[in-house]
Design a protein around this ligand. Structure first.
Ligand SMILES: [Cu+2]
Length: 125
């Protein structure tokens, strides 16, 4: 009897938890309500110690999804000097990195620290 009551209680707690969680999600999704901006895809090629693009300015908008597609001959890491900074790892071959957004205007450098090169400067407007 007691065990069954406990089980029922647990179930209720779980359901309540799920509901709360769902509510959380929909309110947290507020960013999705803003105008849908097309994803900005930036193709990056890393070969030996050279990288393309190499310091180009790229115009993006605040909250626009930015997707880096990295074609590389060896694995490495890209550093996005946003606030907070992001470190995105890629493998050898072609890697599509998870899209990210920048929530305030400014210049954000995207670098390869391994190569000590600036890949692009995102001009966020
Ligand atoms: Cu860096």
């Amino acid at each position: 009897m007691i065990r069954r009551a406990l089980a029922a209680l647990t179930l209720v707690a779980c359901t309540a938890g799920l509901t709360a969680c769902g509510d959380d999600d929909s309110s947290g999704d507020g960013s999705g309500d803003s105008k849908e901006l097309p994803t900005k895809t930036i193709n990056v090629t890393v070969s030996g110690d050279s990288v393309t693009p190499n310091g180009d300015r790229v115009d993006v908008k605040v909250d626009q999804p930015i997707e880096l597609v990295v074609k590389a001959d060896a694995e490495g890491e890209i550093h996005v000097h946003s606030d907070p900074e992001k470190e995105l790892e890629y493998g050898a071959g072609t890697t599509t990195l998870p899209p990210f957004t920048i929530d305030k205007p400014g210049i954000v450098e995207v670098e390869s620290h391994a190569l000590e090169k600036t890949i692009v400067q995102l001009e966020v407007k």
